[in-house]
Design a protein around this ligand. Structure first.
Ligand SMILES: C[S@@+](CC[C@H](N)C(=O)[O-])C[C@H]1O[C@@H](n2cnc3c(N)ncnc32)[C@H](O)[C@@H]1O
Length: 200
């Protein structure tokens, strides 16, 4: 959860138009948890690696991350986002109404399964295994050799990585998953993301 993620865009010049409009909608609604610019740029880059196929995102919020993904994806790639909050869903659906390869779904993240399998799957609101809920199983969601992204970690400063003094179990789950080749990328001094390739 990127607290102040939306506010970080105040210092950003030359944002892609779609990203700028999503940020404006989030800021207007007082939504602070948009993906941070560094994470957005990573998403745009990864989306560019998907030739055709499908990209999915759980927890679309006001659409900032999905907008970065859409800016990086080629015209033959389909993108799907899901958001359970009605106001956020409505705003994101309006934002992408004119973008033909983007589909917005309303509901719990598990509903994104209707569009699986994905070549690139971004977990930003469900499926990460960060709360009480179990994490999703990559083989049910990702195409063989597809990519998984789980963001919003603090950069690891020890092994095993710790969170609030305890081993960071959600992060270790992804880094040690037997079906994934996973690594942690440090995007800013205080932000890290796990990127993994499904080996199935
Ligand atoms: C960190 S914010 C998302 C930011 C957004 N991806 C972006 O890039 O700007 C997490 C979002 O996930 C949504 N969310 C949380 N739990 C969810 C669930 N079980 N199903 C669907 N959406 C969920 C929240 O309503 C919130 O909008």
């Amino acid at each position: 959860m990127s607290e102040n993620g939306t506010a970080e865009y105040a210092d950003e010049a030359d944002l892609p138009g779609l990203v700028g409009r999503a940020v404006l909608a989030a800021a207007h609604a007082g939504f602070e948890w948009s993906c941070r610019p560094a994470q957005g740029r990573l998403l745009r880059l990864l989306a560019g690696g998907v030739a055709g196929g499908a990209i999915g995102e759980t927890g679309t919020g006001f659409g900032v991350g999905l907008a970065w993904l859409a800016c990086g994806a080629g015209p033959g790639t389909k993108l799907f986002g899901i958001e359970r909050d009605p106001e956020r869903y409505e705003a994101a659906a309006e934002l992408f109404a004119d973008v033909p390869n983007v589909t917005l779904l309303h509901g719990d993240w598990t509903g994104l399964a209707t569009a699986a399998p994905f070549d690139l799957l971004v977990l930003d609101g469900g499926g990460q295994g960060k709360g009480a809920e179990p994490p999703l199983e990559p083989r049910h969601w990702i195409r063989p050799r597809g990519c998984l992204v789980v963001d919003d970690f603090t950069p690891m400063s020890s092994w095993p990585p710790a969170f609030r003094g305890e081993p960071d179990k959600p992060r270790l789950h992804w880094l040690r998953h037997p079906d994934l080749l996973a690594t942690e990328l440090q995007l800013t001094p205080d932000l890290a993301t796990v990127v993994a390739r499904y080996t199935g």
